[in-house]
Design a protein around this ligand. Structure first.
Ligand code: DQA
Length: 147
């Protein structure tokens, strides 16, 4: 598969930011883990992190023109605020999995809303950075059933 893995605001600060929620692995560690997993499974992967909502919207649109087959996205705080990211995923109709490193359902009330979820084939929370790998598994399963 041709995959795009997107990470939203402050995920560049992984390893430094609130390790009790997000662990001690850095963003570079996360990138390496995803690259190794994709290499082992024969997937082509592009990774992108931005702290800017519009840049994430642009990356989702570009995925359409690049014929990306699956998106894994941790929209971070934009999960709970962004209709723009929801609309972008709807616009491209690419199977997308929402990932959260922490168990968002056990955290503050304001984290209980996810706008993007309505456009996603699955949501994975609370598995740490392994959640990204499980999201890739979900995309594989999706294509096992939809080819
Ligand atoms: C997060 C959870 C969000 O509520 C938070 O704003 C983040 C990270 C997670 O990966 O657990 O930045 O998406």
């Amino acid at each position: 598969m041709k995959l795009l893995v997107l990470n939203g605001p402050s995920l560049n600060m992984l390893g430094i930011r609130e390790p009790e929620h997000y662990g001690r692995e850095t963003y570079a560690d996360l990138e390496q883990k995803i690259r190794d997993y994709c290499a082992g499974r024969g997937h082509e992967v592009t990774l992108f992190q931005s702290n800017h909502e519009g840049a994430l919207v642009d990356a989702i649109h570009q995925a359409y023109f690049d014929r990306v087959e699956g998106i894994v996205i941790n929209p971070a705080a934009y999960t709970h605020t962004s209709v723009a990211l929801l609309d972008a995923v709807k616009a491209v109709s690419i199977p997308t999995v929402e990932v959260h490193i922490s168990k968002v359902e056990q955290r503050e009330d304001f984290r209980q809303v996810s706008f993007i979820r309505a456009a996603c084939i699955a949501t994975i929370t609370g598995l740490g950075t392994d959640g990204y790998l499980r999201a890739i598994d979900r995309l594989e399963e999706y294509y096992d059933h939809h080819r």
